[in-house]
Structures are given as structure tokens and as C-alpha cells.
Design a protein around this ligand. Structure first.
Ligand code: GTR
Length: 438
């Protein structure tokens, strides 16, 4: 009889355990499914509240230019550094510059081509950053666009003189990327993204670098620039230290260090530009480094120009899961908890003020949340207005292919996620507006 009671008790407890397990599994599945749902309709966006850009974290109001620059801006930048992108753990100067070649007979004799490497050295570590420049033949220093490329400098133009990148690339046999190295097959492959002749004709230079030279785009912190700063026994950045985006942004500033020494370039007129993940890097570089005179975000989306708290398209959780190395580890605290973020991306855009800023979206790129990118630029405008500038000249989102340009510019073009000639035409116009006004 006793044994019988024990058996019944065991079955009962087992059932309880099994049901608890089943119920919890159900809830885990349910919440994962909920969080995985990507919102692509405006009506599905939950109610959200954005931090007011002109209210300080202590609740007081920002009413003067002085309070913005001395208090609010540094506090905002502090939050982005600690919670989103991560801090750069030290300083490193260029150790050596090696100019490979300068030709004044490039692009059918219309341009100067210059190729050089920057070397960074610390302890046993060395990093080589290869720069490709095309400059108009001009008697004076020229304004330039500086932007990372995705596929190596040689992909930007079919010019056979461009050195092939020797850095790590993701394998892709369709592009001829084998054993993580490029081949001739990818020469000129991204030429559509880089209308060099048009840029030169408009009087600007193009300065470009393969982003993988700074930090290969993979979840591995044993390569790239991060290990230069590790303490003994450290294998990855601390939770408040830089992910890849902050590393790429750091690299843009180091290229700027070089440009300040190049007699062919007007370093006071450098427009930093980036597409997508590289747009996120361009924004973070532009916010940190006031030497960039214009900042351009091409479809930078989540963690770039788009508001995170709208949770439209790509979310914080999704980006931190698919690209765990892009942001600092602290950012993961906000996975599916965007409401807890002390900042949102309109505050990053505002940190660029008073310098001209351009935000571009594409209709076919809902993943990057065009409306969220527009609203971000619109709310950032409050700071430009505080500083006596025009900011964004419209309150409502403009029609597709109808760019608007004040101190902040914005367009949404037809087509997909890409950096196109149309985008460049607007950036050239915007640069003319701000660089050639005197
Ligand atoms: C996507 C990512 C975006 C954007 C894009 C890109 O997969 O979700 O945030 O950065 O890649 O860089 O092309």
C-alpha cells in the first residue's frame, strides 16, 4: 500500500514538473516569436516616448547654446559612448605613411590618383590602412568626400592601377573571394556606387578605404584594431568598450589625421559619408570628430539615423543578434527593451550640429525605417534652431525623389537599399550649397 502511494505521488509530481516544463517552453517560444516579429506597418508601432532633446537628464531645460555645448551635448555623447557604441580605450597615432604612387594622368587624364598606406604600430601589433584618392586636377586644395567601401579599394573603379586589397574578406565565390582574399574578378565591381568622374567634374575629390582594413566585419575580436589596446589576459573589449562600428569610426578620424597633412586636400572641407553599416560608422565618426565639415548618412537605419524606439524594421535585438560585434556589449541590455534606452538616434544626429548633415532613405528599404530616419532628422532640427540655423526645412516627410536641403538635408528615393548615382547627385548639390557659399 505504502509503495502504491509513493508511486502515485511520483507520477503526480512528475506530471507537475512536465506541465511546468511544457508551460514554460510555451512561454519562451511565445515571447521569442513575439520579439522576432518585425514591424513593417506604421499602425503596428507601439506607443513610444522619445527623450526630449532639449531636456537634460536631470530634468532641467536647455535654453542656450552654451548649455547645449557645455552640458547637454557631452552628456548625450557620454550615454551613446557607454551604452551604444562603446568607448575607444586609448590613443594611437599614425606611425608611418607610405605613398605607393601619385599619378596625374588617371581616369583618361582627368584626375590625380594617389595611393598610400597608413601604418599603426603598438607592441607586436601592426595595422595597415590603404587609402585610395582621386582628386580633380586643381591648383588649389580640394574639398573631398571620405567614405569606406565594402569590397576593397579596387572594387570602386575598374582602373587597373588600383592595388588589390590584401585584407580579410568574407568568402564569396560569385565575386571571386576565395580563402578570404580577393581576386582580380572583383575589380570595379562596386563602380556603380562610386561615380568618380561625376565627383571629379563637380570639383571634389574622393578618398576611400576598405572598412575591413580597420576591423574585419566578423564576430571575432582577435583581429583588427581592438587587440592593440588589450590589457594582459584580455581577449575582447569590455562591455563599455568599442565594437566594430566605433572602430570603423575611429579609423575615419585617423584618415582625417592624414588628410590634414596632405597638401592636395582642403581638410576643412571633408564630407564624411557612409552607406548602411558604414553610414552608422560615418554618423558616429561625425558626432565624435568635429573636423568633419559635413556628415552624410545613406540608409544607415537601426543604430544609425533611424529611431530605435519606433521598433520599425530592424530592431535592437535583431541587430545585436545577427551582428553581435557591431555595438558595445552594453547595448545588448536594450534587446527588446528599447523603452529603457536613455537616448535615441535623433540625439546622435543633433550632436553633429551646427555642421551640415544629410540623411537619405530609400522607399524600398523599409528595413532601415525611412520614416524613422526622417523623424530623427526632424527632431534633431530643434538643436539646429537653438543654434540659429535652419535645420530641416520641412515638417512633413517629402515625396519620393523630392530632396529637401537646409542645414539638414533629407531625401527618400525610389528603389532599393543601395548607394546610387542619384544619392551622389544630391550630396554634390548639398556640398556645393555649404562649401561653395562664400
Ligand atoms: C543589414 C543590417 C543593416 C545594415 C545592412 C548593411 O543586414 O541589418 O543594419 O547595416 O546590413 O550594412 O548593408
Amino acid at each position: 500500500m505504502f509503495i502504491f502511494i509513493v508511486i502515485i505521488k511520483i507520477i503526480f509530481t512528475m506530471k507537475k514538473i512536465v506541465s511546468i516544463v511544457i508551460i514554460s517552453l510555451f512561454f519562451v517560444q511565445f515571447s521569442l516569436a513575439q520579439r522576432d516579429k518585425i514591424i513593417t506597418e506604421e499602425s503596428k508601432i507601439p506607443v513610444y516616448q522619445l527623450p526630449d532633446i532639449l531636456t537634460r537628464f536631470n530634468g532641467s531645460k536647455v535654453k542656450s547654446e552654451k548649455t547645449w555645448f557645455k552640458k547637454q551635448r557631452p552628456e548625450i555623447m557620454g550615454k551613446f559612448t557607454e551604452e551604444v557604441y562603446g568607448k575607444v580605450p586609448g590613443h594611437l597615432k599614425i606611425s608611418e605613411v607610405k605613398v605607393w604612387e601619385t599619378s596625374d594622368n588617371a581616369l583618361q587624364g582627368t584626375a590625380i590618383r594617389k595611393q598610400l598606406s597608413l601604418y599603426f604600430k603598438k607592441g607586436i601589433n601592426t595595422l595597415e590602412v590603404n587609402i585610395l584618392m582621386y582628386l580633380p586636377k586643381s591648383a588649389t586644395k580640394v574639398p573631398v568626400f571620405l567614405g569606406y567601401n565594402f569590397n576593397g579599394n579596387h572594387s570602386v573603379n575598374s582602373d587597373s592601377a588600383i592595388r588589390l586589397t590584401e585584407s580579410w574578406v568574407e568568402n564569396d565565390p560569385s565575386m571571386g573571394y576565395i580563402n578570404n582574399r580577393v581576386t582580380e574578378q572583383s575589380r570595379g565591381l562596386s563602380a556603380d556606387n562610386w561615380p568618380v568622374s561625376e565627383i571629379i567634374k563637380a570639383g571634389y575629390g574622393l578618398v576611400t578605404v576598405y572598412y575591413g582594413d580597420i576591423d574585419p566585419d566578423k564576430n571575432d575580436f582577435s583581429d583588427g584594431i581592438q587587440p592593440f589596446f588589450y590589457k594582459a589576459g584580455q581577449a575582447k573589449p569590455n562591455p563599455d568598450e568599442w565594437g566594430s562600428i566605433a572602430a570603423w569610426a575611429w579609423g575615419l578620424s585617423r584618415v582625417m589625421d592624414y588628410l590634414e597633412t596632405d597638401k592636395l586636400v582642403d581638410a576643412k572641407k571633408v564630407a564624411v559619408l557612409g552607406h548602411s553599416r558604414l553610414g552608422k560608422a560615418a554618423l558616429w565618426a561625425g558626432a565624435n570628430d568635429q573636423r568633419f565639415a559635413i556628415v552624410i548618412s545613406n540608409e544607415s537605419g537601426c543604430g544609425g539615423a533611424a529611431l530605435s524606439k519606433r521598433i520599425f524594421g530592424e530592431t535592437v535585438e535583431r541587430i545585436n543578434t545577427v551582428f553581435p560585434h557591431w555595438f558595445c556589449d552594453n547595448f545588448k541590455k536594450y534587446n527588446a527593451k528599447e523603452d529603457l534606452l536613455p537616448v535615441d538616434q535623433h540625439m546622435l544626429l543633433a550632436a553633429i550640429a551646427p555642421r551640415p548633415l544629410y540623411v537619405a532613405s530609400a522607399e524600398g528599404d523599409q528595413w532601415a525605417d525611412p520614416k524613422g530616419e526622417f523623424l530623427s532628422a526632424k527632431y534633431a532640427s530643434d538643436v539646429y534652431v537653438l543654434l540659429g540655423l535652419k535645420g530641416l526645412p520641412v515638417k512633413e516627410m517629402p515625396e519620393v525623389n523630392h530632396p529637401v536641403m537646409g542645414t539638414i538635408g533629407y531625401h527618400i528615393r525610389s528603389g532599393k537599399h543601395d548607394l546610387t548615382e542619384y544619392d551622389w547627385q544630391q550630396y554634390l548639390k548639398f556640398a556645393d550649397m555649404h562649401f561653395k557659399k562664400n
